[in-house]
Design a protein around this ligand. Structure first.
Ligand code: PBG
Ligand code: ZN
Length: 322
């Protein structure tokens, strides 16, 4: 008779039959870098997360390094915004400066630059605007210019999060033309118009000034459409695919994993982080157990890598349990 418990009797056999693992190498830690000096601002809706000015970054980088985290995802917060998001593609912009600083501090730390306009535009949308419409094609050259400037500053990888159609192809061509044939594109392919981004928008000062992002981000009701987004991005030259948010969209991760042979990245977003942190701070849940269970869920669903604000804690817990 089958008795499933035979393989659960002790830690050794459980460790041997375990199907999925969370590894430090697969974690990507987001960083918010703000223009200015001597700034370490806590983000209220994301306990444990701060905006850092470049001169205060060393403390955080040292922690990242000590814990064995090998990759960061950068979000720049400029002091000045305008209609066309100039700060995103200014060679002296905050993100470009941060990339140069980090690569100088430790060239081994793998730096991924988020590519979008919303942190840099006065209206807070991810693209250019005319008569209240977010323009697709007119936005592409600016995204490409931003991506190339990040590569020039030393970014190892770029990650477009704008959700304009055809931007992967446009960015790929621009990178190639500028000689960056070996800089991969990690595309936010299945990115939903989600309520789970609101703490991030506090952190990155990127909330839209009017309307919402429903004309360019995906409808949370659509799972099959996510596969079309992924397919297009792969054809356009994406090297890795992000699914975002992660927890309420595990089916999407699984579907991508069942249908495509490309590394999938789960973005465990700000609202998911905020919910776990709030419950943990109230003593209602065991933070370590819940976070590790969520990480395993992403892996089980088929994610190869995980972008998470919990990365430092996860790394710490993994070391602790070794
Ligand atoms: C910007 C961007 C967003 C996130 C990553 N890049 C916000 C948005 O689209 O409004 C969200 C990340 C998070 O919530 O942790 N395009
Ligand atoms: Zn954006």
């Amino acid at each position: 008779m089958d008795r499933m418990r035979r393989l659960r009797r002790n830690e050794t056999i459980r460790d041997m039959v375990r199907e999925n693992h969370v590894r430090i190498d697969e974690l990507i830690y987001p960083l918010f870098i703000i223009e200015g000096e001597k700034i370490k601002n806590p983000v209220d809706s994301m306990p444990g997360i701060y905006q850092y000015s470049i001169d205060c970054l060393e403390e955080e980088l040292t922690k990242i390094k000590e814990l064995g985290i090998r990759s960061v995802l950068l979000f720049g917060i400029p002091a000045h915004k305008d209609e066309v998001g100039s700060g995103a593609y200014d060679e002296q912009g905050i993100t470009q400066q941060a990339i140069r600083y980090i690569k100088e501090w430790d060239k081994e730390l793998y730096v991924i630059a988020d590519v979008c306009l919303c942190e840099y535009t006065s209206h807070g949308h991810c693209g250019l605007i005319r008569d209240g419409e977010i323009l697709n094609d007119e936005t592409l050259p600016l995204l490409a210019k931003a991506a190339v400037s990040y590569a020039k500053a030393g970014a190892d990888m770029v990650a477009p999060s704008d959700m304009m159609d055809k931007r992967v192809e446009y960015i790929r061509n621009a990178l190639d033309d500028a000689g960056f044939l070996n800089v991969p594109i990690m595309s936010y392919s299945a990115k939903f118009a989600s309520g789970y981004y609101s703490p991030f928008r506090d952190a990155a000062h990127s909330a839209p000034g009017f309307g919402d992002r429903k004309t360019y981000q995906m409808d949370p009701a659509n799972g099959k459409e996510a596969l079309r987004e992924v397919e297009e991005d792969i054809l356009e030259g994406a090297d890795l695919i992000i699914a975002k948010p992660a927890m309420a969209y595990m089916d999407v991760i699984k579907d991508i994993s069942n249908n495509y042979n490309i590394p999938i990245v789960a973005y465990n977003v700000s609202g998911e982080y905020a919910m776990v942190k709030a419950a943990a701070q109230n003593g209602w849940i065991d933070e370590k157990k819940i976070v590790m269970e969520n990480m395993l869920g992403f892996k089980r669903a088929g994610a190869k890598m995980i972008i998470t604000y919990h990365a430092l804690d996860v790394a710490h817990w993994l070391q602790e349990d070794k």
